[in-house]
Design a protein around this ligand. Structure first.
Ligand code: ATP
Ligand code: MG
Length: 729
């Protein structure tokens, strides 16, 4: 029925304009969605069924066949990278650039809106974006100013409190009075934090959303202007929108309601951060008459991988329910590897990757996925040892590195003296004799007189209010920044950046440090200059000067939970960051109870289901080959953990897996122990006092050789082989 309708439409549109190249690579259900009449539409479908493709093609279709101007499309993607890719694809299809189209993340688009209307939004022109780390520092400062002890008011918790209120659209003043002391204080901190941000022109990520929502909500003419402009609103990964994002979408979409939302309730993985999968159900209520399209054919994975993923997710209750099939190949069985420890896990994974690359595959076709960012370190160490190029996403990204943030702070101060976070960051970096006491005095003065730190520093120096030594050190800093500004005024962005890096003393500061880390910091700083060279502002950012545009983009990218551009390297990322992506070869690592599913989630059914969805997301990233690994012992956060294999492994149907446990290939060094039994990883041994156990780790050689044995009765112990007198059991 819909196939018929689809072909009818195609014939009609084909006559108008040649859109056959758009329809050729779509199945009937996808065509139906792509060519549907305007109006609200929900594409609800499982992983790899072409949701993102449909969204992309729909935009191309609107522009090409329906004469919609790219200017009147507003498209929201989950990451900046996804936006860039989507734009690229559309331009290829259309054969010309679509610069006027607004396409980006919720945060990116909100930022654009606030820059364009900063006055109406009550923000200074040069407002600055706080990433999560900056926000954390500011929260600590507010706590300090309010004389609240961090021991009782953990800054992370306060940060979470503020953000979750903002994500629900609640301002501090709307929290109301409370009899509860704790709640009252928290609200007070939120209020002070808000005031501080407002006074200093600082905008955190949650504020970007809230402020732009309020702007649209309260400013009727502006809203009308954007309604006139944006005729079509599109959103990908709709299942992970939170309350405020949904409100924001509605504000843009109404009253025309030409909104296309695509998503998958089984891939909702940000509930812990306020995402509301209920928005999917709400959609049909809020947009009456919404057309619901379901896509059921998966084009990504082999049938074994797909059916295994389907079987795992089937353990969740309360799903909207979807069918998903593929006519692709059956493919290889999923391989489960039981590692002795995390190091053995990494060794196994890297061996497989080396084989894969030897067979002629690229490195970028491989992803190592994990639940916790901390897991990446062991992989990284092993990758470095083997000289395999790799890239880690979702952990510390480029723009979050300390040396880069220091450099950006100098650049910010040059652009905007009143940037307090920047002032605090570099006032004594490199060390120039400005102590904590001096900084405290500056802070206090700025609090009392409602001045920025820079202004206070100027006042304190000017009025001889500081001890002579401190004053002259501070003067030198103020002069340095002024001088940097003067020296770089006429320079373009890369030259400016280079000059600031050199003259600020930052490069010299790192040169004084020896060793690899210092070297890599300097390389990173050089890379920053490169980044300014290739920086290509969005249209929106033409309204700002290039430096401000660059700094804003840096802050936004630092908040991006996802991969950057690709070279040919192995990709490491958290399962959360892998959303929407696909790779021919995928390793899901650390499938252990307590790690994945995460400890916290095992106590709450709701959270456990979210972990299972994360598992589903992970499995469905794999196109051809999927490995799932776990370790019996894992060193994480400085502790050794022994755990059982993840329950998710037992939910994978037996017929789709093959268990592998490779006997340790490394022959254990043979110290003089008095027995001749072969001892290796996994070997069963007996000890006079501790009883029987399994060797799970080994270190050193000869007389220094040590083994770690997991004893049945007493747990794991490290023993020096030469003295332990272990016997094969
Ligand atoms: P996810 O839920 O993981 O975000 P998705 O539903 O957005 O997945 P896409 O990423 O759009 O799925 O598509 C998955 C893969 O299938 C992509 O490689 C895409 O190019 C391919 N694909 C989608 N539809 C078709 C089709 N009709 N013909 C051939 N390939 C297709
Ligand atoms: Mg997608």
């Amino acid at each position: 029925m819909c196939a018929h309708r689809g072909s009818h439409l195609i014939r009609r549109y084909n006559r108008q304009m040649d859109v056959s190249h758009i329809f050729d690579d779509l199945n009937p259900a996808q065509r139906e969605a792509v060519s549907a009449d305007p109006g609200p539409m929900l594409v609800l479908a499982g992983a790899g069924s072409g949701k993102t493709r449909v969204l992309t093609y729909r935009i191309a279709f609107l522009v090409q066949a329906m004469n919609v101007s790219p200017m009147s499309v507003l498209a929201v993607t989950f990451t900046n990278k996804a936006a860039r890719e989507m734009r690229g694809r559309i331009e290829t299809m259309l054969g010309y650039p679509v610069g006027g189209m607004w396409m980006g993340t919720f945060h990116g688009i909100s930022h654009r809106l606030l820059r364009a209307h900063h006055e109406e939004a009550g923000l200074p022109q040069g407002f600055e974006i706080l990433d999560s780390d900056d926000q954390y520092r500011l929260v600590r400062r507010v706590l300090k100013d309010m004389n609240l002890d961090e021991g009782y008011w953990p800054p992370r918790q306060v940060q979470w409190f503020i953000n979750s209120h903002k994500e629900e659209g609640r301002r501090a003043r709307s929290l109301g009075d409370s009899d509860d002391y704790q709640a009252e204080q928290m609200a007070g901190v939120y209020r002070t934090y808000e005031d501080t941000c407002q006074r200093l022109g600082l905008v955190d990520f949650a504020e970007l959303m809230l402020r732009s929502t309020e702007l649209l909500q309260n400013n009727e003419p502006l809203r009308a202007h954007y309604h006139e402009r944006f005729r079509h609103v599109m959103v990908d990964e709709f299942q992970d929108t939170n309350n405020i994002q949904y409100r924001w979408l509605r504000l843009f979409a109404e009253p025309r309601n030409n909104i296309m939302a695509v998503g998958d309730d089984d891939q909702s993985i940000y509930g812990w951060r306020g995402a509301r999968v209920e928005n999917i159900l709400q959609f049909e209520t809020d947009f009456p008459g919404a057309r619901v399209v379901r896509l059921e054919q998966n084009y990504r994975s082999t049938s074994i991988i797909l059916s295994a993923a389907n079987a795992v997710i089937a353990h969740n209750e309360g799903r909207l329910g979807k069918k998903l099939w593929t006519d692709g190949e059956e493919g290889d069985t999923i391989r489960i590897y039981a590692a002795y420890n995390d190091n053995d896990e990494a060794r196994f994974v890297l061996d497989r990757i080396e084989d894969w690359v030897r067979e002629g595959n690229t490195r970028r076709s491989v992803a190592i996925l994990y639940r916790s960012n901390a897991q990446s370190r062991v992989f990284e160490q092993n990758l470095i040892d083997r000289s395999i190029p790799y890239r880690v996403y979702g952990g510390q990204r480029f723009f979050e590195r300390a040396e880069i943030k220091d450099a950006l702070a100098y650049l910010r101060l040059v652009a905007n003296r009143d940037s307090d976070p920047s002032f605090e960051r570099v006032v004594n970096l490199p060390t120039r004799g400005i102590g904590a006491r001096t900084v405290d005095m500056i802070r206090q003065h700025s609090r009392e007189h409602r001045l920025s730190l820079w202004q206070s520093a100027e006042t304190l120096c000017g009025r001889n209010m500081l001890p002579a030594r401190a004053a002259s050190a501070l003067m030198r800093f103020l002069d340095l920044i002024r001088q940097l500004d003067e020296d770089t005024r006429h320079l373009d962005l890369p030259e400016l950046t280079d000059t600031v890096l050199r003259n600020s003393g930052l490069i010299e500061h790192h040169q004084k440090d020896k060793g690899e880390r210092a070297e890599s910091r300097i390389e990173n700083l050089e890379e920053l200059v490169n980044a300014t060279r290739t920086f290509n502002p969005d249209i929106a950012e033409e309204e700002m000067d290039r430096l401000t545009a660059f700094l804003s983009q840096a802050a936004l990218e630092a908040g991006d939970q996802q991969a950057g551009e690709w070279e040919d390297c192995v990709q490491l990322m958290s399962l959360h960051s892998a959303k929407g992506l696909e790779f021919p070869l995928v390793f899901m690592c650390g499938l252990e109870e307590g790690l994945f599913p995460h400890q916290r989630s095992t106590e709450e059914p709701g959270r456990l289901e979210e972990e299972r969805r994360l598992c589903y997301v992970g499995m469905t990233r794999a196109m051809n080959v999927l490995y799932m690994t776990y370790a019996e012992v894992r060193r994480l956060h400085g502790r050794e953990n022994y755990s059982r294999p993840s329950r998710f492994l037992s939910e994978v149907p037996e017929e789709s897996v093959r268990q592998i446990r490779v006997a340790a290939s490394t022959a254990i060094p043979r110290p003089v122990t008095g027995n001749n039994g072969e001892l290796g990883l996994g070997a069963r041994v007996a000890h006079k006092k501790f009883g029987q156990g399994t060797i799970i780790n080994l270190e050193g050689a000869g007389e220094y050789a040590r083994v770690q044995v997991n004893f049945e009765n007493v747990g794991a112990k490290w023993l020096v082989l030469a003295y332990a007198h272990l016997d094969p059991a």
